[in-house]
Design a protein around this ligand. Structure first.
Ligand code: NAD
Ligand code: 0WE
Length: 263
């Protein structure tokens, strides 16, 4: 008997089989959850549908999270598909975007437009998504988002995304306070660096990824399976008294001050 038997999940942010969202989808499915997907339109037929099919998911809907209308439409579709009294047990937000030019050079050069775009897609979208989902969420429902250490310490080139993740983590706390009285939990997973599409072509990522395993206490990189397993904990009632938290799934990297020098 899986930990998530009979539970329904909706996951935003699958781009391909390297996506953290896909690692979470597989892990939730393995524990018995029924999983639905939402991604940007351009990825649906070629990338997302085949992955959804492979775990027997029929709910696959397009959504650009910058659009209130498209966000509304996804949850409206969920209602018509699953019935008005069907609850959404797990909502996963695994997406972010900043202009590439804002992920290189100096943070001080971030434009007003670049700042607004990064904060809109990467932080505000969680607030809008939870508001649209609210009537489907019920006692025991769990909302999970993805964040990164660059929200609290300076990580070279992460720049405006660090500011967006700080806003996202604060939003998790305010949403947790708002929804807590309804028995709905909201948490973030702070994952170590993983080679996904969002990490491809980031200057310095390859080196940082390599050195991470030398510094992290567990001496390993983090995988999408690792993140998926922790998501099962946050999605299930194993974490029923946990809300507003940032759970580090980073092989311990964040606890290190001065790393042990390798021989
Ligand atoms: P990914 O490229 O597989 O996923 C990012 C997703 O964001 C894509 O599916 C993309 O379509 C989606 N997206 C971007 N703009 C969107 C919009 N306007 N509307 C809807 N969707 C949009 O990369 P990933 O690494 O799996 O990223 C998932 C989450 O994990 C992000 O929040 C990222 O910040 C976070 N994260 C990643 C790492 C890492 O090292 N890869 C580490 C910690 C946290
Ligand atoms: O959150 C992220 C990356 C998010 C991201 C990635 C891209 C690449 C393509 C947001 N916007 C874009 N825009 C694009 O055009 N991570 C945690 C992965 C990541 O990105 C970094 C990192 C790490 C780790 C950027 C600089 C330094 C470290």
């Amino acid at each position: 008997m899986g930990l998530l038997e009979g539970r329904r999940a909706l996951i935003f942010g699958v781009a391909n089989d390297h996506s953290i969202a896909w690692g979470i989808a597989q892990a939730l499915h393995a524990e018995g959850a029924e999983v639905g997907f939402s991604s940007v339109e351009s990825l649906i037929e070629k990338r997302v549908r085949p992955l959804a099919d492979s775990i027997g998911s029929r709910f696959v809907e397009p959504c650009d999270v910058q659009s209130d209308e498209q966000l509304h439409a996804v949850f409206e579709k969920w209602r018509t598909t699953h019935g008005a009294d069907a609850t959404l047990d797990v909502l996963v937000h695994a997406l972010a975007f900043a202009r590439r030019e804002d992920l290189e050079g100096s943070f001080v050069d971030t434009s007003r437009e670049g700042f607004a775009l990064a904060l809109d897609v990467s932080a505000y979208s969680l607030v809008a998504m939870v508001r649209e989902a609210r009537s489907l969420l019920a006692r025991g429902s769990s909302v999970i988002t993805l964040t990164y250490y660059g929200s609290e310490k300076v990580v070279a080139n992460y720049n405006v995304m660090g500011v967006a993740k700080a806003a996202l983590e604060a939003s998790v706390r305010y949403l947790a306070a708002d929804l807590g009285p309804d028995g709905v939990r909201v948490n973030a997973i702070s994952a170590g660096p993983i080679r996904t599409l969002a990490a491809a072509g980031i200057s310095g990522f390859k080196r940082m990824y390599g050195e991470f395993a030398d510094v992290a206490p567990l001496r390993a990189n983090v995988t999408i399976e690792d993140v998926g397993r922790s998501a099962v904990y946050l999605a299930s009632d194993m974490s029923r008294a946990v809300t507003g938290e940032v759970l580090y799934v980073d092989a311990g990297f964040n606890i290190v001050g001065v790393p042990t020098l390798q021989a």
